[in-house]
Design a protein around this ligand. Sequence first.
Ligand SMILES: NC(=O)c1ccc[n+]([C@@H]2O[C@H](COP(=O)([O-])OP(=O)(O)OC[C@H]3O[C@@H](n4cnc5c(N)ncnc54)[C@H](OP(=O)(O)O)[C@@H]3O)[C@@H](O)[C@H]2O)c1
Length: 178
Amino acid sequence: MRIGILGAGDMAQGLGAHWVKAGHEVKLSHRDESAEAAAFGDVILVAVPAEAVPEVLGATDLAGKVLIDCTNAIIPGEWTVRTSMARRVAELAPEAKVVKAFNLCHESVWKRQYPHKLVPICGDDPSAINLVKRLVADIGCTPAEAGPLSRAEVLEAAAAFVIGLSVAGFDPRAAVDM
Ligand SMILES: NC(=O)c1ccc[n+]([C@@H]2O[C@H](COP(=O)([O-])OP(=O)(O)OC[C@H]3O[C@@H](n4cnc5c(N)ncnc54)[C@H](OP(=O)(O)O)[C@@H]3O)[C@@H](O)[C@H]2O)c1
């Protein structure tokens, strides 16, 4: 598969390296290279800061593409969110098939040789969800279908909450059990 990544930072490098190892063709992009990465990929990962998303998506043609959104618009100090980035991405790229994934773990997780994580996925398009499930499995992780794209808001709030716990010196993994 050809994967275009909007961004060349920590998330782009971590996930991109795993997908290369799995045999995919991957193109990362710095801030002036978004259009090339978008044209290159059949599937696109949005991995830029939340505040850069409108500008980056405005510079790309994403019609018909599967768009994986890993962005979080977390308010530092409050450790909450006021905007669903997945909804925002879907509004900015209405002809793309948006799937939320990879927003819940710190970027360092994707730089491990074997991340072994459960990756919740929210989306509305069954074929796009199946494709992202395959990309999750390709990096040695387990995909978890977690409902429609509207539920991504909860997933993004969960990221804000666990980051807040972590910043306060607690291990969020110790707080979850069933
Ligand atoms: N870091 C984490 O642990 C983590 C975890 C989960 C989700 N996320 C989300 O993933 C996204 C990417 O995070 P990251 O940690 O990979 O970020 P990062 O390391 O800071 O990299 C950001 C990338 O975005 C590019 N970019 C494009 N337009 C930009 C602009 N106007 N301003 C700033 N950068 C711009 C940068 O381009 P240049 O290369 O030209 O600088 C850079 O390649 C964020 O939305 C974040 O919320 C991050």
